[in-house]
Design a protein around this ligand. Structure first.
Ligand code: FE2
Ligand code: FE2
Length: 218
């Protein structure tokens, strides 16, 4: 099998991710992901964020030392630092709201654990990047948009954390994943494995989101 050109490869990954998003977004609405928020739901959402941010940093950190080019290694190390910074900000907000910052970290939903165990098990930088940063992390600004709209009237401080810090930093690092994939996933085998990782990551993410929404306090 021949390797695809970088642009074709990225298009293939994008198509696959967008197909998952269509499905996931329809499902989210059907199990109430966009229902009105209560204080308890906001807290739970912040606790979920703690797991997502900290795990993204942890699974990525081990690969940073193996990025061959400094112009990508340095921004990826900043990415890791940013995700840990977001973890701290979310934990702080949970404390202000008198919640347990590590409730979901200590006892993750099984589907959430499965998602991050999968990422920890991947055997190359490109697979990891395809699945996390190019994959489901791209959904974060989309799901956050409706969260910010709904949380603004009841908890403007939390809304501001999402809008002005988390999403602002996210926009700053979106360029890195496609650049890593086009530079390093240049042979057919790596491209294939990266595509498989993206598919599996999106699938597990969809299940984690569903389980999270179903576990929400009413
Ligand atoms: Fe983040
Ligand atoms: Fe992020």
């Amino acid at each position: 099998m021949e390797a695809l050109k970088a642009e074709e490869f990225l298009n293939q990954l994008t198509e696959c991710r967008e197909a998952f998003w269509e499905k996931l977004n329809a499902e989210r609405k059907s199990y109430g992901a966009e229902k009105p928020l209560s204080a308890a739901i906001v807290l739970r959402r912040l606790q979920f964020g703690v797991v997502m941010e900290r795990k993204a940093a942890e699974v990525t950190a081990r690969w940073v030392g193996q990025i061959p080019d400094l112009d990508l290694q340095q921004p990826m190390s900043e990415y890791v630092a940013n995700e840990l910074k977001h973890t701290s900000i979310l934990r702080q907000r949970i404390k202000e709201l008198n919640g347990d910052p590590d409730a979901l970290w200590k006892e993750p939903l099984p589907e959430l654990k499965e998602l991050w165990d999968f990422h920890a098990s991947l055997s190359s930088l490109c697979e990891l990047i395809a699945s996390v940063q190019f994959g489901h992390e791209e959904f974060f600004p989309r799901t956050s948009k409706s969260f910010i709209e709904r949380v603004t009237p009841i908890d403007p401080k939390t809304a501001s954390i999402y809008r002005d810090t988390l999403l602002a930093d996210e926009a700053g690092h979106e360029w890195i994943a496609p650049e890593i994939l086009s530079r390093y996933a240049t042979d057919a085998a790596t491209q294939q494995k990266s595509l498989e990782a993206l598919k599996k990551g999106c699938e597990l993410f969809g299940r984690a989101i569903q389980s999270f929404n179903r576990s929400m306090p009413s």
